[in-house]
Design a protein around this ligand. Structure first.
Ligand code: CP
Ligand code: NVA
Length: 308
């Protein structure tokens, strides 16, 4: 049994095997209705709890559909409806849930919450986003890049905007999958130093360039995300918008990247804020492939967690 808690704490060969498995599982479903079962039913008889302490569209639906395609059953739980939201400890919740379900996926605020869940659960725990990281997203992103352009190793990825949770996992991904990453954004919203150190220790080039036009030169992939994340205080909204406006991904910025550069966004997007609709709907954008690949990548993650 394995927990899937972060990109940097999972062995690179395991991450690679999951991406390859996701690709084969996706290919095997070509042309099937979304609700049709996979030929392989590794989750038959298994129950998976999906716990959300924050809103979600993609994570919720893709995990739920993925479990069902593999023959399992799900229960979607809102943190506030559970005793978890009324003082029961994470450790006790983990021990109780482990008596009922075979796997737990959790989206929460503090990273410590998902880590404590994993420490006390006797079933695998998957990180479905915390304030600090979003590892499932980066698995889908790597899969998506490689589907369109081949191996991501050695490529130049540019993150423009807030150095947030998705950015931290992408930097972990740079270290584990061997790509280079340039961050461009205001100094107050830099990604965490620990993630940068991790990627550099693995031999990736990680740079910070304040001028977005310079940062995207030679980029194979340009990525951004919302300027205000779910855990950010709404009172910081205006200040963040003012600081991040110069980092909007638009046609002028994309024109400075390589001609075949792709554009990614984990979604939900705020059109014409962090990215223009023109780029979102333009030829470089693979945002809906990314969203689809959450399903396939997470199915591979769940199989790896259960050793199936
Ligand atoms: N990208 C992502 O995790 O989307 P949701 O918040 O809709 O799950
Ligand atoms: N950075 C965003 C990602 C949403 C999928 C957030 O945490 O709100």
């Amino acid at each position: 049994m394995n927990h899937f808690l972060d990109i940097h704490t999972t062995a690179p060969e395991d991450l690679r095997a999951m991406i390859d498995a996701a690709r084969s599982m996706k290919d095997a479903r070509t042309g099937r209705p979304k609700g049709a079962p996979d030929d392989d039913q590794p989750l038959a008889g298994r129950m998976v709890a999906l716990i959300f302490e924050k809103p979600s569209t993609r994570t919720r639906v893709s995990f739920d559909v993925g479990v069902r395609q593999m023959g399992g059953q799900t229960m979607v739980l809102s943190g506030s409806d559970m005793q978890l939201g009324h003082g029961e400890t994470i450790a006790d919740t983990a021990r109780v849930l482990s008596r009922y379900v075979d796997m737990i996926m959790m989206r929460t605020f503090e990273e410590a919450t998902v880590q404590e869940m994993a420490e006390y659960a006797s079933v695998p725990v998957i990180n479905g986003l915390t304030n600090r990281t979003h590892p499932c997203q980066i698995m889908a992103d790597v899969m998506t890049y490689e589907e369109h352009r081949g191996p991501i190793a050695g490529k130049k990825v540019v993150w423009s905007g807030d150095g947030n949770n998705v950015c931290a996992s992408l930097i972990h991904g740079a270290g584990q999958f061997g790509f280079d990453l340039t961050f461009t954004g205001p100094p107050t919203l830099d990604p965490e130093a620990e993630a940068i150190e991790f990627a550099r220790s693995k031999g990736s080039r990680v740079e910070i360039e304040r001028d977005p036009a310079i940062a995207v030169e030679g980029a194979d992939l340009v990525v951004t995300d919302t300027w205000v994340s779910m855990h950010d205080s709404q009172s910081a909204r205006e200040r963040r918008h003012n600081q991040l406006r110069p980092y909007q991904v638009n046609d002028a910025l994309m024109a400075r990247a390589k001609p075949d550069a792709l554009f990614m966004h984990c979604l939900p997007a705020h059109r014409d804020e962090e990215v223009t609709s023109k780029v979102m709907d333009g030829p470089a954008s693979v945002v809906f492939d990314e969203a689809e690949n959450r399903l396939h990548a997470q199915k591979a993650i769940m199989r790896w967690c259960l050793g199936l």
